[in-house]
Ligand binder design. Structure first.
Ligand code: NDP
Ligand code: MG
Length: 396
């Protein structure tokens, strides 16, 4: 390949976005930033643009974009600032872009991530919600365009590393018995059940091993994150839900495992730092330095495992049911969860109500087939309306 690869980072101001920039900055000969996008953290996006001098930046409103454009011009930069979802799709599919890091959180990332897929890019997928919402259409678009889809989620990146290169022939054909999807159990793994009623957003966001954005931190506390990851794994590796077992492993050193019919279990280990899967996917099939410290097994000393308790983590059960139901169920689940998590972070509902709200919203609508993207967004919108109605009845 001639010259550095040009990279668009969707969600550059977030946790994954910043880790990606950290890895890229270590390899200026291999990677160059083409576009950076932000949403609410406009000052942070300005600082990132000054440091990485992208060709394009994207912000959600005309006013914010104009202000950033003026600030960049005053600093002597000719970065062009685009606006809104159209801008996101433009920088995701631009003919000059080689690789797109899809790291917008939630349903907002679906259209731009699909734009990258449809234009045949190398797509590094962090935005699991996009795949959960529209798995069948998303994977069909990958096959049609020839896009290279590489998982960033640490568990899926680990599974990808533990599978043989020809796993697309089918898991059973390559001798896989099951996928062991590891989970830390989050901050409430051992909290007495009676105390969960009073836990705060700050406690939910204080993950024992990973530093992440607020939405995924709450999802990790409720284990909805593992439920979304179960659905994500089904699509990425063409697995049935019953081929995936969730294993709680509090140290987050093993990032997932593949169990083969001959009794071999292949695991990927590493310090819990997203720069490892990011560097892996960026350079794949090569290996590059990520800045992550070598694993010190002597200081870790032990690795523990336990089965998940669905009374403690009802969101995991809801997600497994949605995975089994397929069709519109995962998109409903995802949208209801996004509303519930935002309401919990705003202190409008208590932590246990996240699960009860999602459960009730899912029970109100039949599961229907989703044939196209319009149908996916219709399901998403419907679930949000039902969730908001639930909130106005029960929330503060
Ligand atoms: P953050 O909340 O830290 O970052 C989210 C990014 O998305 C920010 O750049 C934010 O902009 C942008 N954004 C938010 N809302 C919108 C919107 N409506 N339109 C456009 N952009 C928007 O999240 P994370 O980095 O933690 O997570 C990103 C994704 O990666 C999620 O899907 C998550 O599940 C996944 N993931 C994250 C992991 C982690 O370790 N953090 C691990 C595995 C997966 P701004 O900040 O400017 O508002
Ligand atoms: Mg994960």
């Amino acid at each position: 390949m001639s010259g550095p690869q040009l990279i668009t980072i969707l969600g550059a101001t977030g946790s994954i976005g910043l880790s990606t920039l950290d890895v890229i900055a270590r390899h200026p000969d291999r990677y160059q930033v083409f576009a950076l996008t932000g949403f609410s953290r406009t000052r942070e996006l300005l600082a990132l643009c000054l440091r990485h001098t992208p060709r394009f930046a994207v912000l959600p409103t005309q006013d914010a974009a104009r202000k950033l454009q003026d600030d960049l011009a005053a600093a002597g930069l000719d970065t062009r600032v685009l606006v809104g979802e159209r801008g996101l799709c433009e920088v995701a599919s631009h003919p000059q872009v080689d690789t797109v890091m899809a790291a917008i959180v939630g349903a907002a990332g679906l259209r731009p991530t699909l734009a990258a897929v449809e234009s045949g890019k190398k797509v590094l997928l962090a935005n699991k919600e996009a795949l959960v919402m529209s798995g069948a259409l998303f994977m069909q678009a990958v096959r049609q365009s020839g896009a290279v889809l590489l998982p960033i989620d640490s568990e899926h990146n680990a599974i990808f590393q533990c599978l043989p290169v020809d796993y697309a022939r089918g898991l059973e054909s390559v001798g896989v018995r099951r996928i062991l999807l590891t989970a830390s159990g989050g901050p409430f793994r051992e909290t007495p059940l009676a105390e969960l009623h009073d836990v705060s957003p700050e406690q939910a966001c204080a993950h024992p091993n990973w530093s992440m954005g607020r939405k995924i931190s709450v999802d990790s506390a409720s284990m909805m994150n593992k439920g979304l990851e179960l659905i994500e794994a089904c699509w990425l590796f063409d697995a049935r839900p019953d081929q995936i077992e969730v294993v709680i492993h509090p140290q987050s050193v093993i990032h997932s495992m593949v169990d083969y019919v001959d009794g071999s279990v292949v695991a990927q280990l590493g310090n819990p730092d997203m720069r490892t899967p990011i560097a892996h996917a960026l350079a794949w099939p090569d290996r590059i330095a990520s800045g992550v410290a070598p694993l010190d097994l002597f200081s870790i000393a032990r690795l523990d495992f336990q089965a998940p308790d669905e009374d403690r983590f009802p969101c995991l059960r809801l997600a497994r049911l949605a995975a089994q139901a397929g069709n519109s169920a995962p998109a409903m689940l995802n949208a209801a969860n996004e509303v519930a998590v935002a309401a919990f972070l705003d202190r409008r509902i208590r932590y246990p109500e996240i699960a009860s709200m999602i459960d009730e919203v899912l029970s109100l609508e039949p599961v229907v087939e989703v044939k196209d993207l319009a149908a996916v967004f219709e399901v998403d919108a419907k679930a949000r309306v039902l969730a908001e109605q639930w909130l106005s009845r029960n929330g503060r």
